[in-house]
Design a protein around this ligand. Structure first.
Ligand SMILES: [Zn+2]
Length: 280
C-alpha cells in the first residue's frame, strides 16, 4: 500500500504532466542506485575531496599524471555500472513520446545504455577521451588498455575506494605512472571528454539543451541539486516562459523557491509509479 502523501504527490505530478510532453533533466541522484557516486549531500554541499579543477589539469603534467593514474583504477566500476529502473522508465517514456527530450548532467552514459536516444550530455561522457592537441576523440576502453599495457606495475594494486567513490592511490604509485599519448597525434594532453569543474559547458550543447526546454510543455528535474548554473538556467527559462517546473530529488535544490511541485523522493521509486499513471 502506498501511503497517502505519495498518492497525493503522484496525482499532482500526473495532473501537471498529462497534457503534453515535458523535457527531463537528470543529475547524479538518478545514477546512485547504479553505484555511481554523488558529489553532493542532500543539502547540495560537495562531499569528499575537491575534484580536480580544469586549470590544474591543464597547467601541470603532474596533475594529469595524478588524474590518469587514479582514473585507470576507478574506470572498471564506471564501465560495469548498469542502468536502473529509473533510466529504463525514462527510455520507455521517451519511446512512447511521453517525454519530449532528455538532458543529463551525468557522464556515465546510463541513459544510452537503457535505450534512450538523442540524450543531451551537458557535461560530456567518461566513455570518450578528447585530445587537446589534435581535437580527436578516442574510446575510453582503448585508452584504458593502453594505460594498463604501459603501467603493468599497477595491475592488481588494490586502490582504496574513498567513501565518496574517489580512488585514493599511494603518491609513489602516481609518480611512476606513464600517461597515455594520443593514438592519433601522439600528443600528451588527453582529457576525458567531460566538463571539468572550472570549465564551461560547450556552447552548442548548452544551446541545444535550451531549445529542448523551450519547446517542451514543462521541465521535470530528476536527482539534481541544480547547483551547476548550466542546469539551473534551464529551470529559469521554463519559469520565464510560465511553464511548470517539477523536481524529484532527495534533498535541497537551488530552484526550490521556483518549483511548482517538489517531491522529496527517490527517482527509482517515483518514476515507475508516474509511468503507470501516464499510461492509464
Ligand atoms: Zn591527438
Amino acid at each position: 500500500m502506498l501511503d497517502r502523501l505519495i498518492h497525493e504527490q503522484l496525482d499532482r505530478l500526473h495532473q501537471l504532466m498529462a497534457d503534453a510532453p515535458f523535457a527531463v533533466l537528470t543529475g547524479a541522484g538518478i545514477s546512485t542506485p547504479s553505484g555511481i557516486p554523488d558529489y553532493r549531500d542532500n543539502q547540495g554541499v560537495r562531499r569528499g575531496r575537491q575534484p580536480m579543477m580544469y586549470q590544474e589539469f591543464l597547467s601541470a603534467p603532474e596533475s594529469r599524471r595524478r588524474y590518469w593514474a587514479r582514473a585507470m583504477l576507478g574506470w572498471p566500476r564506471v564501465r560495469l555500472a548498469q542502468p536502473n529502473v529509473a533510466h529504463d522508465t525514462l527510455a520507455r517514456l521517451q519511446g512512447t513520446r511521453q517525454i519530449s527530450g532528455l538532458i543529463t548532467q551525468n557522464v556515465d552514459t546510463l541513459h544510452d545504455q537503457a535505450g534512450s536516444h538523442d540524450v543531451i550530455e551537458l557535461h560530456g561522457s567518461l566513455h570518450r577521451v578528447l585530445c587537446l592537441d589534435c581535437g580527436r576523440r578516442s574510446e575510453r576502453d582503448s585508452i584504458q588498455r593502453l594505460m594498463e599495457t604501459q603501467n603493468p606495475y599497477l595491475a592488481g594494486v588494490d586502490a582504496v575506494q574513498a567513501p565518496d567513490g574517489d580512488t585514493l592511490l599511494d603518491p609513489a604509485f602516481e609518480a611512476r605512472f606513464q600517461v597515455p599519448n594520443c593514438p592519433h597525434c601522439a600528443g600528451e594532453r588527453m582529457k576525458p571528454d567531460v566538463v571539468f569543474f572550472g570549465e564551461n559547458v560547450a556552447q552548442a550543447t548548452a544551446a541545444k539543451a535550451m531549445v529542448t526546454v523551450e519547446r517542451a510543455a514543462g521541465l521535470l528535474v530528476l536527482g539534481s541539486s541544480l547547483m551547476a548554473y548550466s542546469a539551473f538556467r534551464l529551470c529559469q527559462a521554463v519559469v520565464d516562459q510560465g511553464k511548470p517546473l517539477i523536481a524529484i530529488n532527495l534533498g535541497k535544490t537551488r530552484a526550490d523557491e521556483m518549483l511548482d511541485l517538489k517531491i522529496e523522493g527517490a527517482c527509482e521509486q517515483f518514476l515507475p509509479l508516474l509511468a503507470q499513471r501516464l499510461n492509464h
